[in-house]
Design a protein around this ligand. Structure first.
Ligand code: C5P
Length: 227
């Protein structure tokens, strides 16, 4: 079998990363969560007071992008790659509701996207990669051999994200999570640079009424046609 690039895009909380991780493991491929990278830049921007609910100091953030170094390091115990910002593990910090509230504003900045896309393309140069995000099949790897576009109803997606946050002890209401998912989808799909859209050659995959096992079997089936 040959090594390929698998691009998985879609709206927030469609279960992209769960499927992408499983698929990578099954194929012996690397997995890259590009959302973690945008979240890391957002966390940096929050720490330096470049972004809040009321403002975005775009110029200051852009000037300081050179001080951001992002790395994924594999955690042997957790069997999972964790996000490091300037050599500090920030995996927990980037998964909070606070970061979710700001991330789409930061991800709309072209200079931020350019920096991260370049790093993402570098990670795919040897293929054998599953990457998930919003613009992987359209911008990062327009020539990816397999592109999936995941969809699910907003209610289903918010329910998933809500459970995840509750499990982690984040005190949020379902309403707030639903609102955040819808707001991010809106900003992500209407931004000028690299909006979230389904690539022409992507396979749409609606998992609203599908369990994990069924999803994985179906996606593995599709994948086997490409490798
Ligand atoms: O995937 P996740 O929900 O963690 O992504 C967080 C945010 O990062 C998205 O809502 C989007 O604004 C941004 N993002 C992006 N392009 C990507 C991945 C994520 O703009 N490839």
């Amino acid at each position: 079998s040959k090594k390929i690039i698998i691009a998985i895009d879609g709206f927030s909380s469609t279960g992209k990363s769960t499927i992408a991780k499983q698929l990578a493991k099954q194929l012996g491929y690397a997995y890259v969560d590009t959302g973690a990278m945008y979240r890391a830049v957002t966390f940096f921007a929050m720490q330096h007071n470049y972004v809040s609910a009321d403002f975005l100091k775009e110029k200051e953030l852009i000037e300081n992008l050179k001080n951001i170094s992002l790395k994924f390091k594999y955690n042997e115990k957790l069997k999972f790659s964790e996000m490091y910002l300037n050599d500090k593990n920030i995996e927990k910090e980037i998964r909070t509701m606070e970061v979710s509230r700001m991330v789409s504003k930061v991800a709309a900045i072209s200079a931020v996207r350019r920096k991260l896309v370049e790093q993402q393309q570098e990670m795919g140069k040897d293929k054998g990669l599953v990457m998930d995000g919003r613009d992987i099949g359209t911008v990062v790897f327009p020539d990816a051999e397999l592109k999936l576009f995941m969809t699910a109803s907003a209610e289903k997606r918010a329910t998933r994200r809500y459970k995840e946050l509750l499990d982690k002890g984040d005190k949020v209401s379902f309403e707030e999570v639903l609102q955040n998912v819808q707001q991010r989808d809106h900003i992500d799909s209407t931004r000028k640079d690299s909006p979230l859209i389904q690539a022409e050659d992507a396979i749409e995959f609606d998992n609203s009424d599908m369990g994990l096992k069924e999803q994985f079997e179906r996606i593995l089936n599709i994948t086997e046609r490409y490798i």
